[in-house]
Design a protein. Sequence first.
Length: 152
Amino acid sequence: MIRFLWILFLFITTLIQTKVQAQISDFENVNFRKADSVANHYKGESLKNLPLLSYNLTNSLPSQVEKFRAIYTWVSNNIENDYWGYVKNKQKRQQLQNDSLALYNWNKSFLPKVFEKLVKENKTLCTGYAYLIRELANMADINCEWLWKNCF
């Protein structure tokens, strides 16, 4: 039994090391300078026309990895964290944690406010970041899923 566990341990350790090395090596030949430069070139662009923003950020880049990097970099550099929105949401969610219907209704009413603030003020919570990256990525033909329930 101990021998079996030892072999299993070695197998899992080898598998994990191989996986980590494969992930790191995936990016050895990718130069992100151009993607970062494109993202910086469009600093301050409006969110009112997402298809145009997505196109501008990605059309000159050859790979999906570089396109996603430009989107991620642009969002990271142009969208502020809405700390007070986070505090308000957290407090309200704590108040409603034992009333699932009221919590559902709060989430339903709060989400449009998050997106409105995102477009108007370039501020958001994690939900807005996830939504924006997903939308820009999908417009660039990058399959990207948004699991918003995990953002609250």
